[in-house]
Design a protein around this ligand. Structure first.
Ligand SMILES: Nc1nc2c(c(=O)[nH]1)N[C@H]1C(S)=C(S)[C@@H](COP(=O)(O)O)O[C@H]1N2
Ligand SMILES: [Mo]
Length: 313
């Protein structure tokens, strides 16, 4: 793996979370302080910018620096190198942006992103994020529950799965000019996974609109699954009664299953999943045990009751 380049970090990139919070409060001034009082707690950094509310689903682990999160990325549409997305995603046009929603829904259509998210309140969700490549970080996402969006379009009783697709636009996504994957990037969830309160559509991180390399303007985040399930730059959502095809499963079904729940007991055919390297200062300084469902077992284990998680990897 290549080493990410530290490009001109801002104070928020190098400041521990607590200091970050205080600095944001000072900068935001009276209005954020008033907002904080209304919540009866310290201000979330998000209150100053995107207006996101803190969430009980957030971990209190310290988020990675923004420079880590935005410089070490997987986004094969822009190349397979970890630093390719930060270099090349600037070419992506994200305004206007629409999402085509169809299949087993009451209100199918092509929705402008602004219309789709109008009146939806944003939350800050600080989640652990574990890539199948056995590295991890902690990311302060901003977004809303996928359920909110699905409820808006009306899921029909026959629907059992949700399929997602990323934009296909090789003129702007230079990685799509190579057949590394069968474009567009595709992912999917079972409907109960999609409706789970931990599953979010993220439109920002660190209190700012989503950086292009992290999946602007809107991406999925499913914190108990390997990172590749969290599909970026979504343009299509389809409700279906069949398990959808997913890019990594299509590319190598033996190595990447549909479920891809984080599981320290089921190794990748080519490496162990028992531990992970925590991305941080001096990249990958720490190796820690990987937790079942990435530590979200209390919330999600029930979804898989009675299932053989070795077979359904
Ligand atoms: N469209 C698309 N979505 C994607 C990917 C990708 O290559 N293309 N990579 C996945 C993988 S493997 C990971 S680990 C995460 C990385 O998200 P991050 O770069 O924001 O950390 O995005 C996932 N979503
Ligand atoms: Mo990943």
């Amino acid at each position: 793996m290549r080493r990410a380049r530290a490009t001109d970090p801002k104070w928020s990139d190098v400041t521990p979370k607590e200091v970050f919070l205080n600095r944001r409060q000072l900068i935001a001034g009276a209005s954020a302080v008033a907002g904080a009082a209304a919540f009866g707690s310290i201000a979330s950094p998000a209150m100053a910018g995107l207006g996101a509310k803190p969430s009980r689903y957030s971990t209190n682990e310290t988020p990675n620096a923004k420079s880590d999160i935005t410089s070490y990325c997987n986004f094969y549409e822009f190349g397979t190198g970890k630093d390719d997305p930060a270099k090349y995603a600037a070419a992506l046009t994200i305004d206007p942006w629409s999402i085509q929603i169809g299949g087993m829904v009451d209100k199918p259509g092509t929705y402008d992103l602004d219309d789709l998210t109008k009146g939806v309140s944003l939350e800050e969700r600080i989640y652990r994020f574990r890539c199948v490549e056995a590295w991890s970080m902690v990311v302060p996402w901003v977004g809303f529950e996928l359920k909110t969006l699905l409820d808006r379009v009306g899921v029909q009783p026959s629907a059992k799965y949700v399929a997602f697709e990323t934009l296909e636009r090789p003129s702007e996504m230079r990685g799509q000019r190579s057949p590394v994957l069968d474009w567009p990037y595709r992912e999917g969830l079972r409907l109960d996974e999609a409706m789970h309160p931990l599953t979010i559509m993220a439109t920002g991180l660190y209190d700012e609109p989503m950086p292009k390399q992290n999946g602007a303007p809107i991406r999925l985040v499913v914190p108990w699954k390997y990172g590749f399930k969290s599909i970026k730059s979504i343009v299509k959502i389809t409700l279906t009664d069949r398990e959808p095809q997913t890019s990594w499963n299509m590319a190598n079904g033996r190595e990447y299953g549909f479920y891809s729940n984080v599981n320290p007991e089921v190794d990748h055919p080519r490496w162990s999943q028992a531990t992970e390297r925590v991305l941080g200062a001096g990249l990958f300084a720490k190796r820690v045990p990987t937790r079942m469902f990435n530590g979200y077992g209390d919330e999600v284990a029930g979804l898989y009751e009675g299932m053989d998680l070795r077979k359904n990897y």
